[in-house]
Design a protein around this ligand. Structure first.
Ligand code: PLP
Length: 485
């Protein structure tokens, strides 16, 4: 966040000096002050643009000729209600003055609160159900909510064999293990994903084979075909940021080469391809319910199996490998990958509102798409009429052909506006534990990873907040444009 000093423009400078300050503070504005820190005027990027276009001014014009000398200020003793009552689309920054008229602070819409990249919305029965667990002592993995959560997720997807687990990472590991993927097997995984996808393959003792993504940012089916060897046992498509992989082609490949498909649907809950929900295509599919996911349980995960026998085997492995009929008898080296009733209680409350949650996520994506459609410095997320993108994180690319601002500079400037943005994952093939699993080139992942950034996407995000985010984002480019003169 900018401090007061970052907002102050000494009156004796010229427009070029002012723009340098406005560019650095990323607020699109600054307070013009004299030597005694008294505010003489306000200067915005809009004022400068109008001065260039309408009045023939240039970068050398003195600030005093261009600034607005009529501006809104408040005494430093103003209450938050007074300040909020004045802040609007038009008045976005208010200098706060002491008795001598010196600026001692300032207020803006984003100075008092930060817009997080993602936060859960726990506004339904979450608290009531967690309280029920505590009141009734059902806080371990026994209890009704675990079964209810599995049933609700299963029913929503039309997938009866659903198994709740502790998180999305162990969901992947357990899915691979239960399907018999292990040593000597190769599993094809996209370069652009969260590391848990590849880690789970390594836990299973199998060998990951990293392939590039295509222009939808999803695993390239061409690259999958090229990577198949006699050892290939499975493909792990990842529905990244809420956009589906080409499951039609992937299923055709799997059928042709007799391969298993494990969908990593951690980021894809509610996403559809040709009207079919992701996580319903593969032999197994996994979810994450981490705090930043579309449906959350704090930490948590789930696996769907197509085949009941894999589901039953996974249920045994999840519970220490213990026989379901002979207590404390272990037929397998199993795991404790169970979800607690406390976590599932939150999940049940979230699933009660699943339609609203998904509707909101899709709306967030649409609003961003509309607000940012005309920004040539940005490349909007992939889109297709066959797809419902649920925008787990609304993620776009900075167009390096249209701006010299780097993605990381933009993230920094958004943060100065109280807006959290996030870079896209690093390519797997460049990170030390995975370099040996790389084959060939990964130009698409390299580009998306370098240029991609995610914007705030919480279910509770308001349209006004989205407007603030987009205004700040556009403002960053506008000031750069003016600096060219
Ligand atoms: C694509 C992907 N796979 C797997 C995971 C792992 O899930 P968890 O954090 O619940 O272990 C995540 C998220 O965190 C993810 O984004």
């Amino acid at each position: 966040m900018p401090e007061l000093k970052d907002m102050l423009i000494p009156v004796e400078g010229n427009i070029r000096d002012a723009l340098t300050i406005i560019d650095a503070n990323a607020q699109g504005t600054g307070f013009v002050v004299n030597e005694d820190a008294q505010v003489l005027g306000l200067l915005t990027d809009g004022d400068i643009r109008r001065a260039f276009i309408n009045h023939g001014k240039d970068l050398k014009t003195p600030i005093a000729e261009v600034m607005q000398s009529q501006f809104t200020s408040l005494p430093m003793t103003a209450t938050p209600e007074q300040i909020n009552g004045l802040l609007s689309d038009r008045i976005r920054h208010i200098p706060l003055l002491d008795e001598a008229g010196k600026v001692v602070d300032f207020a803006s819409r984003t100075r008092t609160r930060r817009i997080p990249i993602m936060e859960p919305l726990l506004g339904g029965n979450e608290l009531a159900y967690v309280s029920e667990c505590v009141r009734t002592n059902w806080i371990s993995s026994q209890g009704r909510f675990v079964r209810d959560f599995e049933r609700m997720m299963g029913e929503f997807h039309g997938m009866p064999h659903a198994l709740a687990v502790s998180n999305g990472t162990v969901a992947l590991h357990l899915a691979l293990d239960a399907l018999g993927v292990g040593e000597g097997d190769e599993v094809i995984v996209p370069d652009l994903t969260f590391a848990a996808s590849i880690n789970s393959i390594i836990y299973a003792g199998a060998t990951p084979v990293i392939v590039d993504v295509d222009d939808t940012w999803s695993i390239s089916t061409e690259a999958i075909r090229a990577a198949i060897t006699p050892h290939t046992k499975a493909i792990m498509p990842v529905h990244l940021y809420g956009y589906p992989c080409d499951m039609i082609d992937i299923q055709a490949i799997a059928k042709e080469f007799n391969l298993l498909v494990i969908e990593d649907n951690a980021e894809g809950l509610g996403t559809t391809l040709n009207g079919q929900l992701t996580a319903t295509f593969g032999d197994a599919a996994t979810f994450s319910f981490f705090g930043n996911k579309t449906v959350t349980t704090g930490e948590g995960g789930m696996i769907f199996f197509k085949d009941k026998k894999h589901y039953e085997h996974a249920a045994v492995l999840r519970d220490h490998g213990m026989s379901k009929t002979k207590k404390y008898w272990h037929n397998y080296v199993g795991y404790n990958y169970r979800m607690t009733n406390l976590q599932a209680a939150i999940g049940v409350a979230q699933m009660e509102r699943i339609d609203d949650i998904l509707h909101k996520k899709c709306t967030i994506g649409k609003v961003y798409n509309d607000l940012l459609a005309d920004v040539e410095e940005l490349i909007l997320p992939p889109n297709s009429s066959e797809v419902r993108n649920t925008y787990w994180l609304y993620t776009l690319l900075v167009n390096d052909k249209k701006t010299n601002l780097s993605r990381d500079e933009i993230i920094k400037k958004l943060l100065q506006n109280g807006i959290e943005a996030r870079p896209v994952f690093f390519p797997l093939h460049v990170m030390p534990p995975y370099v040996n699993f790389a084959k060939g080139e990964y130009p698409n992942t390299d580009y998306i990873s370098r240029q991609g950034l995610s914007l705030p996407s919480s279910v509770g995000l308001t349209e006004v907040q989205q407007e603030d985010v987009c205004r700040a984002l556009k403002g960053v480019f506008k000031v750069r444009e003016l600096m060219k003169g």
